[in-house]
Design a protein around this ligand. Structure first.
Ligand SMILES: [Zn+2]
Length: 121
């Protein structure tokens, strides 16, 4: 089963074409990817024109996908379940350049990346 799903954020349209062997995995990915959190947990912004997707790759080759609140610069990171096959959006957090201690205990294969992905803000 193949799903094409589209999301529009900040005048940019993202189209995802997803095909997994398992139908539910396909649905899960399509639904999660096109439903980023659209209310910032830091500043309560809920204007969908004020969010954008952003990403970066660290020296170890880990890829980080973020939904960024343009109102305050907080980021909601796309997490991936350790068991594989599933993604989830983390709550918005602001990174101030210093290594932050996160209380988010959701499974995360990325771990804490230190200040690596805070350079833009
Ligand atoms: Zn915000």
């Amino acid at each position: 089963m193949k799903i094409t799903s589209t999301i529009k954020l900040n005048n940019t349209e993202y189209t995802f074409e997803i095909e997994e062997r398992n139908e539910k995995d396909t649905l899960l990915k399509a639904i999660v990817l096109t439903n980023p959190r659209l209310k910032c947990d830091v500043c309560s912004n809920f204007d969908r024109e004020k969010f954008k997707l952003d990403g970066n790759k660290d020296k170890e080759g880990n890829v980080y996908i973020n939904n960024v609140c343009r109102a305050c610069g907080a980021k909601s990171k796309l997490g991936e379940y350790k068991s594989g096959g599933g993604y989830f959006w983390k709550t918005f957090e602001k990174f101030e350049g210093t290594k932050s201690t996160t209380t988010n205990s959701a499974p995360d294969k990325f771990g804490n990346s230190g200040g690596d992905w805070s350079s833009k803000f």
